[in-house]
Design a protein around this ligand. Structure first.
Ligand code: 76R
Length: 248
């Protein structure tokens, strides 16, 4: 049997995407919309408090295009907390005007392809902890998509030996590192949790950097030969204070 990659698993992750039911929303008095927006703002303020205490993190963006209008990404130590938060969100008045369009369940994952040998417990390593329990940035733009590694005929990632996968991931990582300071990347693993094997969530203050990074990777063997992709969702940061203008 082939050697499985070892993973370090951090916070659980829930991506929730919604379309706004604009035509129903338009029928409401502005006072009613105001009330709902205030309630949503206080939900987001609670997310911000948890984020500040580093007990979890979140982001809230306005998705471009018709696949969705909003993405709420939440990270927490347990799936139970995410379940409770999802329920809390569903019970907000504004949720009556939000149509679920996509969701993704996964967990922040670091693999051992490029890890250095060490006797130290990685879960105690400061640098590793920062990546397992990350502070999600409030960059201007987000890009989220789920993906698989191909398992077809001669192109079966899972049949490659560890050494070969390590070599390929090294090349992948080097491309990624070329975008240090321009794109922040979060890889969440979802084998056994959701439809694809990973969620990729990227942040940048320059939308074109997503295209440049993903395009460059597409020519690298890991993506060219083994990458399979779900839908891509991109959007613009939606701070709580901009919600009244967004909904009215
Ligand atoms: O430097 C390190 O220690 C991490 C090296 C690294 C790993 C192990 C790394 C670096 N990635 C890793 C794992 Mn990645 N990544 C993607 C995508 O669109 C595509 O073609 C692929 C989607 C992007 C854009 C991206 C970006 N990466 C993975 C895995 C798990 C693989 C497995 O376990 O088999 C996936 C699915 C994946 C996909 N990657 C980087 C980046 C970037 C920007 C980096 C550099 C990060 C940094 O140095 O800060």
């Amino acid at each position: 049997m082939n050697e499985a990659a070892q993973t370090l698993d951090g916070w659980y992750s829930l991506h929730l995407l919604y379309n706004v039911d604009w035509s129903s929303l338009r029928l409401l008095e502005s006072e009613e919309v105001n009330k709902m927006v205030t309630e949503l703002q206080s939900f987001l303020e609670r997310q911000e408090e948890v984020h500040q205490k580093n007990e979890g993190s979140y982001s809230f963006y306005n998705i471009t295009g018709q696949k969705a209008d909003l993405i709420l990404w939440m990270l927490r130590p347990t799936i139970d907390e995410l379940n409770t938060l999802e329920l809390e969100f569903n019970k907000l008045a504004i949720s009556d005007f939000l149509i679920p369009s996509y969701s993704y369940v996964s967990v922040i994952e670091l693999s051992n392809y490029l890890a250095k040998d060490s006797d130290e417990d990685p879960y105690q390593n400061e640098h590793v902890r920062k990546r397992l329990y990350p502070e999600v940035p409030k960059s201007r733009y987000i890009c989220f998509y789920p993906m698989d590694k191909r398992r077809e005929g001669n192109d079966n990632w899972y049949m490659l030996d560890m050494e070969k996968r390590r070599e390929l991931m090294y090349s992948h990582g080097m491309i990624g590192r070329g975008y240090a300071g321009k794109v922040r990347q979060f890889i969440t693993g979802s084998v056994g949790l959701d439809e694809y094997e990973w969620g990729v969530t990227l942040f940048s203050d320059d939308m074109i950097q997503f295209k440049k990074l993903i395009y460059e990777m597409r020519f690298d063997e890991v993506s060219a030969r083994y990458g399979e992709f779900g839908d891509f969702f991109v959007g613009v940061n939606l701070p709580a204070e901009e919600l009244p203008a967004f909904f009215m």
